[in-house]
Design a protein around this ligand. Structure first.
Ligand SMILES: Cc1ncc(COP(=O)(O)O)c(C=O)c1O
Length: 396
């Protein structure tokens, strides 16, 4: 296991902290923090607008950041739209598509609220028919279930390539094939997949891929939507305004046809530069090393949780990122999280913005979630195990 703790200033400021809440948001290495700050100390100007030297330099920094983030997910530079986060990217797809010819959207019970809510809203307003593929009580949707739900009235299939309640991925490449065989489009919620394993936007033939920088060592407030060029021309933007048009008269607007159509208003330039630095950091670390590191942490976590007698939610044996949701019999999840906090262990408790998923997996009152990343080691996981044994002792 590579020791990268020293790269993360927050860990030096909080020695003894076992940060196990990376599925909520990850810590940032110094290189990302410096890159983000460099925009303010070195560039400072608007990108894509002003023709003075600083404006040109800001534009070139933003476009090189776009190239960097695109290549990280195997997309073309011209296929990346900046967004605030994965949530905004998902909303752009949901509200921008044309459902006049095909009315059905297929998703699953295991999605984050960022997926469910916009499509439930469209269903409420009679704009789409929503089919929600069910899962078994361990939180698995079979390929047959997906295939049965996707038909020739389906406009869009939307699902994750990494689940935030269990850390388990699914074969989105096969799902893309099944979707395209029916003439539908596929949108992948990559918020929890992109940070943890190599994602191939073009290779796996996705139409849309939504992800957030802050879950992959980057800044908050910046994310991306990768989208095929033909969709770029068809999708309606969610926000309109400055920077998205060729010409405007009071009777007519001529919009641009590329990604800038979706980037109205002055943007989060420092975030884009920080996002690119996070991709650089992960590339240098190696995504295969991220996977191997997390595999070892997940195995350790499972061992500790089982030995402590915790109730694990979600698939047990499936390949996953270093994430487990669990409960301690008789204890409220929030109480467990607060007791862990007293031991210097940061975890999340509740429904993790995926209440239907947690309920489907039998966690009717929510659960505790421990999620590790590259800056954690087996000592952090061992401390989690010891603390759980201690807490379990209090509940008999
Ligand atoms: C699976 C999944 N999708 C979408 C999101 C939304 O991400 P963001 O809050 O960065 O928009 C999250 C955040 O936790 C998530 O875990």
């Amino acid at each position: 296991m590579k020791d990268v703790k020293k790269d993360f200033p927050l860990l030096a400021r909080h020695p003894g902290l076992a940060y196990l809440d990376s599925a909520c948001t990850s810590l940032k290495p110094a290189k990302v923090i410096e890159a983000e700050a460099s925009y303010y100390s070195e560039l400072g100007a608007c990108a894509g607008r002003s023709s003075h030297r600083l404006g040109r330099e800001a534009s070139s920094a933003v476009e090189s950041a776009r190239e960097n983030v695109a290549s990280f997910v195997g997309a073309g530079t011209e296929e990346i739209v900046w967004t605030r986060n994965a949530t905004e990217a998902l909303n752009i797809v949901a509200y921008g598509l044309d459902y006049s010819k095909r009315k059905k959207v297929v998703t699953s019970a295991l999605e984050h609220h960022a997926v469910l809510l916009p499509f439930m809203d469209l269903r409420e307003r009679g704009i789409i028919r929503l089919e929600i593929a069910g899962c078994d009580d361990r939180g698995h949707v079979s390929e047959e279930t997906w295939a049965k739900a996707i038909d020739r009235d389906t406009a869009l299939v939307v699902t994750n390539n990494g689940n935030n309640t269990s850390g388990v991925g699914q074969c989105t490449k096969n799902l893309a094939r099944i979707t395209h065989d029916s003439g539908a489009l596929i949108c992948i919620d990559g918020a929890q997949g992109v940070p943890h394993h190599r994602t191939g936007f073009r290779k796996d033939n996705f139409d849309f891929l939504c992800f957030s920088a802050h879950k992959m060592l980057g800044p908050t407030g910046i994310g991306a939507l990768a989208m095929k060029k033909e969709q770029m021309a068809r999708l309606q933007p969610l926000v309109r305004g400055g920077g998205t048009v060729k010409t405007v008269s009071l009777s007519r607007v001529e919009p641009v046809s590329d990604y800038t159509r979706f980037e109205a208003g002055v943007q989060h330039y420092s975030g884009m530069i920080g996002f690119a630095a996070a991709c650089e950091y992960l590339k240098a670390y190696g995504m295969e090393n991220v996977e191997a590191h997390e595999k070892a942490l997940a195995a350790g976590m499972r061992k500790e949780l089982e030995a402590a007698g915790a109730i694990i939610h979600g698939p047990i044996d499936a390949q996953r990122s270093a994430l487990y949701s669990f409960n301690i019999k008789g204890a409220k999840p929030h109480d467990v999280a607060l007791m862990l906090d007293r031991e210097g262990i940061a975890v999340r408790s509740g429904f993790f913005c995926a209440q239907p998923a947690m309920e489907a997996m039998g966690a009717k009152d929510g659960a505790v979630r421990a999620s590790a990343y590259i800056y954690n080691d087996l000592a952090d996981i061992g401390r989690l195990g010891e603390a759980i044994v201690k807490i379990k002792g209090l509940y008999g």
